[in-house]
Design a binder for this molecule. Sequence first.
Ligand code: GTP
Length: 362
Amino acid sequence: MQKIPATVVTGFLGAGKTTLIRNLLQNAGGRRIALIVNEFGDLGFDGDLLKGCGAETCREEDVVELTNGCICCTVADDFIPTMEKLIERADQLDHIVIETSGLALPQPLVAAFNWPEVKARVTVDGVVTVIDAAAVAAGRFADDEDRLAAAREADASLDHDNPLEELFEDQIRAADLVVLNKADLVGTDGMAAAREAVEAAAGGRALKVVPSSGGRLAAEVLLGIGAGTEDLIASRRSHHEIEHEGGVAHDHDDFDSFIAEAGPVADVAAFTAGLRDLIAREDVLRVKGFAAVADKPMRLVVQAVGARIETYFDRAWKPGEARETRLVVIGLHDRLDGAAEARIAAWIAALAAGERPASAAA
Ligand SMILES: Nc1nc2c(ncn2[C@@H]2O[C@H](COP(=O)(O)OP(=O)(O)OP(=O)(O)O)[C@@H](O)[C@H]2O)c(=O)[nH]1
């Protein structure tokens, strides 16, 4: 019996996974695609954006959202049962696409395709890792070696455990195809630097690397790789698997998230400028969500990847829909403690109201 091909789309926070999948769904070439969306920070934001993509392949029933944690940790509870339901619809499907959260380790997820109830009916056509070429070219994922050496001088016990760098490497190690996205934001040198960083992270394994802007790649590039990655993933181990030969379950204690709520945004430009300052000052990794704007009937999408912010109106608020501002804030655990969360939440609420909070961050 023909197995259903499944493509795992992974990549760090804000690299452009949802954008790439949205583009794929809108140019699916008649393929019947079922989508599983998992995100960190359970706002259901990505799924909402994809359901609204307008193409007939973005029907509500074709999008399954897993929002009770990272898919690589909730494999048994969430992922396997979801796959079993999709397998029941095998005759109505040509492809399954899985968008992992930006903090997911692809290895455990791909290994789950070896579960008997899945392996018999589904194969991993390919793992596509989306990279923010601008962030990589700017050195966002690599420690500044000099700074690190100096820090080590000062504190020999420094545990060089850079979660961003490890996750970046793990997501590349799992890849069959790497998409160097946001090519529009980097020049030739930046793209060369990003490609070099990807090749270094790949640890010598030859990788197919393609550039893109806005995730605009033909479906034929992303689908039909035919890798059978579930049979290869054991040789693409993550840092965690190597460090914990005993198979200690990994967790995401390096990152945290919370949802900031606010009233209607009084002035979008001022709100965006204040949010940019806040993100830089508090070293927030990602902010995304929807906002209400005073006296506007449309919903405002707020997308921040580091301090790069984009806002746009995507659709009218539905009758009876609560017009609220809810943004998921994601950062490193040691930066996003309780006091920081309270500070950031207060700032976002004040910025929405058009005020500048009295107390600056500590
Ligand atoms: N300039 C530029 N912006 C992009 C590109 N691709 C995505 N973006 C923007 O980057 C932001 C994040 O894009 P998403 O597609 O939501 O990224 P994601 O990887 O799904 O994010 P998470 O699910 O939070 O990990 C959005 O503001 C996008 O519009 C690109 O190629 N160029």
